[in-house]
Design a protein around this ligand. Sequence first.
Ligand code: ATP
Ligand code: MG
Ligand code: FE
Length: 336
Amino acid sequence: VYILAIETSCDETAVSIICDGTEILANVVSSQIETHQRFGGVVPEVASRKHVESITWILQEALDKAKLHPSQLSAVAVTQGPGLVGALLVGMVAAKAFACAWGLPLIGVHHIAGHIYANALVHRLEYPFLSLVVSGGHTELVYVESEGHFRIIGQTRDDAAGEAYDKVARALKLPYPGGPHIDRLALESEEALTLPRAWLEPDSYDFSFSGLKSAVLSAMNSAAMKGQTLSAGAVARGFQDSVVEVLVEKALRAVKAYGAKQLLLAGGVAANKGLRSRLEARCAEAGVPLLAPPLPLCTDNAAMIGAAAFLKFRRGQFASLDLKADPQLKLEEWSV
Ligand code: ATP
Ligand code: MG
Ligand code: FE
């Protein structure tokens, strides 16, 4: 089974070809980071135009890399949502045109289901599992009782983890996206700014990062008022320690409470070295098997969309050609 998958939900134009839901034959990702960097964040209208410019040649490149002719494909998958509506539409139209031209069935995929099932490309999943999803727009604990059945047991009440990283990075005048820069500074720094941890109610699996971001900004401001500057390393380290501690402890508590067999890390922030090493240590201590995708499969890519699409392909759950891009698509409703 060869699935061609398209991902254009944000600022990566990506096409991948996946064999039997697990083997990557092609995984082409064209990032628009340089285009958006001078604006300090993704400009939706610019993102849509860039997707239009790139999608055709990226599709061709994926087919060339996989050495496949479109007539050999089994289905076309596309990110249906959530994401930027104009960006999603480009992938959706391309997927429909391609499916129509080659007489292939169409599969709509939830972007976060994709992030979670990126793990299926490299690991054997065992159910039930718990997934810690940490990305640019989401921070969620997702209980997956059986294949393709999602239940969100906790989520952020304000900023997503990646969003908080990018905002703090901006305050430190680091380039966009700031996550990897903070990660590096934090690991290099010996000192750490003391910052609060947002545990919320004792039984809650929810998260909150906007208070932490404000605490960082106010510490930087008070230092500035005294004519001082905080070291960027201390700020990065203090911020990362706080984010990582809360993510790790809540995820481990949920794994125990739900009797999950594995903990799956997912989303762009899953590339964070500080998070990965602390999770590894705590999971080893607690005897919890931890799965995480390799770094290139953490941030946006189409291979993960192909992996999630395979769940629907096996069940014959195809979409019709009037499938709508949905910027607010709900993960639980996408369940197979
Ligand atoms: P979503 O998946 O929620 O729709 P998105 O697709 O924009 O959002 P991803 O591509 O999954 O987000 O992740 C991008 C985010 O990951 C950015 O906020 C970026 O700063 C963050 N990120 C990437 N690498 C790291 C890292 N090493 N440490 C921390 N954050 C990181
Ligand atoms: Mg991106
Ligand atoms: Fe993403």
